[in-house]
Design a protein around this ligand. Structure first.
Ligand code: ADP
Length: 612
């Protein structure tokens, strides 16, 4: 029993390890699979070692049975070492920069070689004799069969040492540990075993190394910690990004607010009407700028939250480009800039795509060209390449403006990046336009490239694939402006908005048309008025109201018998695409807040005059 002491101790350890390892969730990796074979083999090895000890004690009685058990134990040692070898090869190949296929091929070859060596040596163990020592508590087996295993361990140790040294830099340090421990402790165990074979240390060495590997192999705990660390890093990065975003946003919003606030105070103190009008114009410009910033931020955050959807509809590209030309000409205004337009003649009549976004992308580029070009010209080219039913729009906007420095080109599509601020101090901008443009192009699976020479000019080219629509369908359009004189005196308009200031603004704007305006501050009041039989010629409905939104109110209104008053969505929810959403909900039309007088007039003309 004395000589068996270490082996029995290892038995308890390996049993514990077996329970812990197999009761836990494991990663489905090749390393873990090999490791599970190692544990199971070691467990049976311990049982064999104990049996072997008792069989040698009774070798004279047991005879052949003792030989079978003892040789099985020697084969166990060979098995454990071979599996450990497979593990070493695996971690070494996993650490190399190889393609999956190359790695699998190399690993497979080594596994086959190891298996062949194993079979040959196991046969040799069976063939060669094994002798037994059973004297004064010295109980062990020895002889040629055992020496064969010593030989293979020695060969493997040399191969491992060579491979480990060669791949030292690549392998994760902790994965090395069991191999190095095996090599060092194994050497000591070999020496002790040669000098004092009765100590029976080999199985315990295997248990020790197997145990150590549990802490180095990628078990779920280690993986979990790694994943937690990655998640923490990501959360920290997101937090930083949010702080940056908020600080940028605060700066951008405060700038026009400062102008609005400052000029408003001045107006209150000013008596001269011309100065008041001038300052009111400045307030309007700052408000416009503020609106642009808010819309940009909404677009960016929608894109970043993956909430922005590309809504593909049928559209007439020629009309879209025509509108873009008109808008650009308006933006050029008095600037000494020539706009050269060159639109492909064979542009399909109808395309299917998100024309609102196409327009936004191109308008951003054209607006920038106007903003950053003092004199010279802007070239707006649209080329197409048709393939089957897809039309690739190649849109380029070339200017003779200030150009962009090479080192800034990479940062161009990053939000809030603006360059040459000392020179461009008078040019309004948020640094959001190109970031949005790039994200929209990506969402539409398109490409955008920039070519710019600092001081000479820039060329932005966008390629977008749009489906060609061959059959002419009727496109649902917003009712066109009805050109009739605006005579709506006495018409009754109901304005629904929970915000009193907004109600006041709407009432003030409507005053000029001599209409009868009634205001209610909730959807419930609006429903009550209609249910009570009150009649209106038009309803302007805010959407974002507490408890009952505009859309919900509208749905309930439609359920009321005989209700046929046109309802216009009047809302600050003005990000691109909203108009289409409200029209889809069934609203007759849409006006975004802040209310543009021209827009209001268009709606009044369409829905009030037309009835006369
Ligand atoms: P914004 O124009 O609102 O500042 P953008 O994202 O549209 O923001 O553009 C980012 C920056 O890229 C601008 O501030 C400007 O410095 C530079 N830029 C964009 N377009 C041009 C252009 N056509 N020519 C020169 N510089 C440009």
């Amino acid at each position: 029993m004395r000589g068996n002491f270490f082996t029995i101790c290892s038995g308890f350890y390996i049993l514990l390890l077996l329970i812990v390892f197999f009761s836990k969730k494991r990663l489905n990796s090749i390393e873990n699979t090999i490791y599970s074979y190692l544990i199971v083999t070691n467990f049976f090895g311990v049982i064999l070692a104990i049996m072997c000890y008792f069989c040698i004690l009774q070798s004279e009685v047991l005879g052949l049975f003792n030989t079978i058990i003892s040789k099985s134990y020697v084969i166990y040692v060979l098995t454990w070492v071979s599996i450990f070898s497979v593990y070493v090869f695996t971690i070494i190949f996993n650490s190399r920069d190889l393609t999956v296929k190359e790695r699998e091929k190399k690993q497979k070859n080594l596994y086959i070689i190891t298996f062949i060596i194993y079979i040959i040596f196991a046969l040799l163990v069976c063939i060669f004799p094994l002798y037994y020592m059973n004297e004064d508590y010295k109980v062990y087996s020895y002889g040629p069969a055992a020496n064969i295993v010593y030989l293979i361990v020695l060969i493997y140790s040399i191969v491992w040492s060579f491979m480990v040294i060669k791949n030292y830099k690549n392998i994760q340090r902790n994965k090395y540990t069991p191999v190095i421990v095996y090599l060092l402790v194994g050497l000591i165990v070999m020496i002790i075993s040669k000098l004092y074979p009765e100590t029976l240390l080999i199985t315990s060495l295997h248990t020790f190394v197997t145990f150590l590997m549990y802490f180095t192999i990628e078990n779920p705990d280690l993986k979990l910690i790694k994943e937690l660390n990655i998640a923490r890093d990501q959360a920290e990065k997101a937090n930083h990004a949010k702080t940056d975003f908020l600080s940028n946003m605060s700066h951008e919003i405060r700038t026009p607010l400062n102008a609005i606030d400052g000029f408003s105070q001045l107006i209150l103190e000013e008596e001269n009407m011309d100065t008041i009008k001038d300052e009111a114009r400045d307030i309007m410009a700052a408000s416009q700028n503020l609106l642009e910033i808010v819309n940009g931020i909404l677009d960016i955050s929608k894109i970043e939250a993956n909430k922005l959807e590309i809504v593909n509809v049928e559209y007439e590209p020629a009309k879209v480009f025509d509108e873009l030309v008109k808008l650009t000409k308006a933006r050029i205004g008095e600037k000494p800039l020539e706009l050269k337009v060159n639109i492909a003649k064979d542009l399909p009549e109808y395309l299917n795509g998100d024309y609102v976004r196409v327009k936004q992308i191109v308008l951003n580029l054209l607006t920038n060209a106007v903003k950053y070009t003092k004199k010279g010209h802007i070239e707006f080219n649209v080329d197409i390449v048709k393939k089957d039913n897809v039309c690739r729009l190649i849109i380029s906007v070339k200017d003779t403006g200030i150009g962009i420095k090479k080192e800034n080109i990479d940062k161009l599509f990053t939000k809030f990046e603006r360059f040459d601020l000392d020179k461009n101090i008078t040019i309004e901008g948020t640094g959001l336009g190109l970031a949005i443009t790039k994200k929209l192009v990506d969402l539409m699976h398109g490409k955008i490239v920039v070519d710019s020479v600092y001081g000479k000019g820039s060329n932005f080219t966008v390629a977008l694939d749009q489906r060609i629509v061959t059959k002419k369908k009727e496109v649902k359009e917003i009712p066109k402006e009805v050109v009739k004189p605006l005579n709506i005196k006495g018409k009754k308009i109901l304005v629904v908005d929970d915000n009193l200031i907004n109600l006041k603004v709407a009432a003030r704007l409507l005053e000029a048309y001599k209409v009868e305006t009634e205001s209610v501050s909730s959807g419930f009041d609006c429903l009550k008025n209609i249910e009570d039989g009150k009649k209106y010629d038009l309803i302007l409905m805010d959407d974002m109201m507490p408890k009952l939104s505009g859309v919900e109110t509208f749905k309930k209104l439609k359920e009321i018998e005989g209700f046929d008053t046109p309802v216009i969505a009047l809302t600050a929810n003005a990000i691109a695409g909203m108009k289409e959403n409200y029209l889809k909900e069934g609203f007759n039309d849409y006006i975004s807040k802040p209310i543009d007088k021209g827009e209001l007039e268009r709606v009044l003309k369409t829905y009030l005059n037309a009835k006369e």
